[in-house]
Ligand binder design. Structure first.
Ligand SMILES: Cc1cc2nc3c(=O)[nH]c(=O)nc-3n(C[C@H](O)[C@H](O)[C@H](O)COP(=O)(O)O)c2cc1C
Length: 438
């Protein structure tokens, strides 16, 4: 079966000059009518292979399981997929099996279905080589993660030129290394720091614990050194792609007076969750952040290897470029499944030490108003070879133990729900005619 996922509406799709007609089209109308992923994992533990949200993306896992050619047409959003197309990719989680496999020495989820997807991608409207380079990294990471074979990536300027495997559109291999723009804004300690929690979970997320630890430790270091404790503005990025805060006035949370922002998020399909992408797109469009604002990130991920998060930092770098703010680097924490269970163990004990040290290194950069790279140089900390603006925090247990513990947990949760973890729901093309797509 040939499936097309795109953020184009019916009129825009009609204007495409597609060489062949896909069997199923998941277009703008279906995507707008569907909710972003809430990160509940019930598509693994309650209804394996099927999302529990009853909308037009509910059977996306089964659709991909029945697909052998997947085409994606998406606007570029800072070098990642547009928020709507990303919404589909996040909702494709049930296509994967919760158990793990090792590919190229790294941990990834097993595929639920036996056949693999041949994939072609058109990312239209990229702004510069930096966005194209970022996207090539994400596409490569997705290829491994989702077990697809990418046959081509094209970067047409306009949406209407997408859908054709045309060499003139700039095929795979464009892009060149990105260098960060010089950091704007005054050096020195920020007085107001926003902590944005972009986990879709309302409570008890790993991101919540990490940001709380960041705030506690930041306050403690300021008091110890006799300097003023910065004011922390806590905000949550909602599934609607807006910021909310307990005492925010109508019209949202104003971050324009913050000198530094730390965004905490879980890695979703090698990139930012769709709703965070939506907020960033809006923030750039509305000029919501003051020029010179310093942006930092804390990303946690389910896989063991923290470096899998690096592809997502490229999108934040692209956002900063577009929004006129400064990308100052991020902390990536592997083995995210260990964060909540050990949130209250000793901060420098074996189960928390690596991530506490990572948070402390990030705090050192934020407090001095420096990039992670500059702070590492100043404090003689070894730089991450893959991305000097990143700090990697390793999972505290050996990989085999993390894998065994996670798989045992998924199986136990599925058993409690009388669910078959290995189910392979089938996709009924007839039943979905005219509903899944346009
Ligand atoms: C839709 C979805 C996609 C995910 N994609 C990835 C991924 O690409 N790589 C990874 O290591 N973990 C992935 N995860 C796992 C999350 O990053 C992980 O569970 C994280 O610890 C959740 O953090 P939180 O509790 O702060 O939301 C994904 C989870 C969901 C729900």
């Amino acid at each position: 079966m040939h499936t097309l996922i795109c953020d184009l509406d019916q009129r825009e799709r009609d204007a495409l000059d597609l060489p062949e007609t896909p069997d199923v089209i998941v277009g703008r109308e279906a995507l707008e009518a569907s909710a972003p992923c809430r990160g509940c994992f019930r598509c693994w533990t309650e209804t394996p292979g099927r999302c529990v949200m009853r909308d037009r993306l509910q059977d996306l896992g089964a659709l991909l399981g029945a697909t052998d050619r997947l085409d994606i047409i998406s606007a570029s959003c800072f070098g990642g997929y547009s928020p709507l197309v990303k919404r589909a990719l996040d909702r494709a989680l049930p296509y994967l099996h919760p158990n793990f496999r090792i590919v190229d020495g790294q941990m990834h989820h097993r595929l639920r279905y036996p056949q693999s997807l041949r994939q072609r991608i058109w990312l239209y409207g990229t702004r510069d080589d930096g966005e194209r380079t970022t996207f090539l990294g994400i596409a490569r990471a997705n290829e491994v993660n989702l077990g697809t074979q990418v046959e081509g990536i094209w970067f047409p300027e306009r949406a209407r030129d997408a859908g054709r495997p045309d060499g003139a559109l700039g095929a795979l291999g464009v892009g060149s290394p990105v260098t960060d723009a010089p950091v704007l804004g005054a050096p020195g300690a920020p007085q107001r720091i926003a902590l944005v929690n972009a986990s879709p979970k309302a409570k008890g997320s790993a991101t919540e614990h990490l940001l709380a630890d960041f705030a506690d430790a930041l306050g403690a270091y300021a008091r110890l050194s006799g300097s003023p404790v910065p004011k922390i503005i806590d905000a949550h990025c909602t599934l609607r792609g807006e910021l909310s805060a307990p005492n925010a006035r109508k019209g949202g949370v104003d971050l324009s007076s913050c000198e530094a922002i730390v965004i905490g998020y879980p890695l979703f399909v090698d990139a930012l969750p769709a709703h965070l992408t939506a907020w960033l797109e809006r923030a750039a469009r509305e000029g919501a952040l003051a020029s010179g604002t310093k942006l930092y990130a804390i990303c946690n991920l389910g896989s063991y290897e923290a470096e899998q998060a690096l592809s997502s930092f490229g999108i934040l770098r692209g956002f900063c470029h577009a929004a006129g703010v400064s990308w100052c680097g991020g902390l990536a924490i592997g083995g995210g499944g260990m964060i909540v269970p050990f949130a209250h163990s000793p901060r420098m004990g074996g189960m928390r030490r690596a991530r506490s040290e990572g948070i402390d290194a990030l705090i050192a950069a934020v407090r001095m108003g420096l990039t992670v790279q500059d702070a590492n140089e100043r404090f003689g900390r070894e730089a991450c070879g893959l991305d000097p603006s990143a700090i990697l925090a390793r999972c505290p247990t050996p990989r085999a133990i993390y894998k065994l513990a996670a798989e045992a947990l998924w199986r136990k949760l599925a058993r409690a729900n009388h669910a078959d973890l290995d189910a392979q729901p089938s996709y009924d093309l007839g039943a979905h005619a005219g509903t899944s797509g346009s």
